[in-house]
Design a protein around this ligand. Structure first.
Ligand code: PLP
Length: 348
């Protein structure tokens, strides 16, 4: 017997596609002579890679970046595989063979990965050189290796460690990247992520790689006037209850009602990415009215104080106050974490 399709749980991530497209256009414009691509790894930062790919390809974005080859399948039929760069490169001989047969473009990060790529037949690839983040990427000293000399490099890239700060490391990385560009010939050159775009023309090369700011994140203040909010988590009030003075709410009774109150049980919890960091300090909204979270956030539900919105009833929906720069400040989480933790139960 096959089960009928179940209804969606009562929580959804409203995605403003127009704002997403407007953000890409703004980042493309801010990239000057370079063109902007789009980082859509981790399921488009939790927003939905397919939805993002479809919207941005429609707007003219050509270059897409995923972390693993398995993430590229989300874009099938939307984006030419040769325009999808696999940032983490081939993880094994088998992965290199998969990338080659799918026609994807691997980013070669090490001599080991270069070897995987040759053994799989080689072809067009990107090359990531490490200029100071000391994470993934070929060491500058290995640029002269014969394995590297034989690569057919489409985009020579590096990644900034501190683009969201005015750190002297930015200029150090820029100088090393320019040196790498002089050493390796490639069609495109790419250094800047979202924040890096605001460091100026020298950081642009011919292709920029924004991620966070496409989705409404503001890693540098200068971006604020250009970036619109894209995601709005929403959830339903599953139950409304009257709580007497002196009664506590939620696990470990961290909140006690000082007077009789009306409390609402909202269908979102830490398993959905509404993390315990919001316990006792998160806000939800009904229109413009703010409704504070009371007590601990549970796995699948969160309780709010309904005093400011007495008209709300069971079955009504509320918005999370989840504007990324603001939410990061209140919660102590990064804007990246706030986005990518949004869970799989959301309807998108
Ligand atoms: C994630 C990632 C990006 C995008 O960075 P944002 O800070 O989200 O704009 C760019 N390049 C690489 C290599 C990445 O891993």
């Amino acid at each position: 017997m096959t089960w009928p399709d179940a209804p969606q749980p009562p929580l959804r991530l409203a995605v403003d596609r127009e704002a997403l497209i407007a953000n890409w256009r703004a980042l493309d414009r801010l990239s000057g002579k370079a063109r902007a691509g789009a980082a859509v790894k981790a399921d488009g930062y939790g927003v939905g890679a397919r939805l993002v790919g479809e919207s941005l390809a429609g707007a003219g974005c050509r270059d897409f970046f995923v972390a693993y080859s398995s993430e590229a399948a989300e874009l099938s039929g939307l984006i030419e595989p040769c325009n999808i760069s696999v940032l983490h490169g081939p993880q094994s001989a088998e992965d290199a063979a998969y990338i080659a047969s799918a026609g994807l473009r691997p980013v070669i990060n090490s001599l080991r990965q270069a070897k995987f790529w040759y053994d799989a037949g080689g072809g067009a690839c990107d090359l990531m050189v490490d200029t100071g983040i000391n994470r993934l990427g070929l060491a500058m000293a290995d640029l002269g290796d014969e394995l590297v000399g034989g690569l057919d490099v489409v985009t020579l890239m590096s990644h900034l460690a501190s683009a969201d700060e005015d750190s002297p490391l930015n200029a150090v990385q820029l100088a090393r990247w320019q040196q790498a560009c002089a050493q390796v010939s490639s069609r495109d050159t790419s250094l800047a992520n979202s924040a890096g775009i605001m460091l100026g023309e020298a950081y642009h090369g011919t292709l920029t790689r924004p991620g966070l700011s496409l989705y409404g994140g503001v890693p540098r203040g200068e971006l604020a006037p250009h970036i619109r909010r894209v995601v709005q988590p929403q959830a339903m009030l599953m139950q409304v209850r009257d709580v007497a003075a002196g009664e506590s709410i939620g696990y470990n009774a961290t909140f006690t009602a000082s007077q009789p109150m009306r409390a609402g049980v909202v269908a979102i919890g830490y398993a959905d990415g509404y993390l315990r960091a919001w316990s006792g300090k998160g806000m939800m909204k009904s229109g413009t009215v703010h409704l504070p979270v009371v007590g601990r956030v549970s796995m699948d539900m969160t309780v709010i104080d309904l005093a400011a919105a007495p008209q709300l009833q069971e079955g009504d929906w509320v918005d999370m106050a989840y504007d990324l720069p603001f939410a990061a400040e209140v919660s102590g989480l990064s804007q990246y974490e706030l986005l990518t933790s949004l869970g799989r139960r959301f309807g998108r």
